[in-house]
Design a protein around this ligand. Sequence first.
Ligand code: HMH
Length: 207
Amino acid sequence: MTCEELIALHEAAWRDATRHPFLDACADARIDVEAFHTWLVQDYLFVVEFTRFAARVLNTAPVPHMAVLIGGITALGDELAWFRAKAAARSLTLGVARHPTCDRYVSFMEQVFREPYAVQAVAFWAIEKAYNDAWRLPGPMTPPYDEFADRWGSPGFTEYVELLETQADEALAGAPAEIRSGAEGAFLEVAGLERMFWQMAVDAGIV
Ligand code: HMH
């Protein structure tokens, strides 16, 4: 089993995770501002916890996989500062509670903390891959949303996601069937949570 096979096997779930009216509305700048701000604030709160998850994966990773993860953690540190700047420019407060959907995603990452490295590596790759696909698939985005699309859709980010995929594939290759099946379950959980996260933002907007 490889990451590519997971996407092919669960094509519909992955499509639902990465294609959403939220993203199409960003592409042509008709996104409801409340929906966008909910996404922005909740994604910041998500990324704080995702950074802790990244540190946990680093803690479990084999030595040859550490450099890519350290690069990822550094980028996440910059991303958190970037989120704070975006929120400040829009006068948004980041000191709010996590939405139940964001909270579910955080609980999922806390569960994956306790799984073997192969499961962690697949979950970590899937979380980054989801945004890499989601922000690229609608095509070029209208300002100011192009900056958001570029953060996760840029060639540099795509290359990083490919390195994560190689590492996840390596971990899967040596894993027994039971762990591979755990990794598949984690992949499907990520797909479902990603779809819910977009829907959470849309539901916060004026419909
Ligand atoms: C919900 N999934 C969510 N937010 C993010 N910032 C990422 C993934 C990162 O790729």
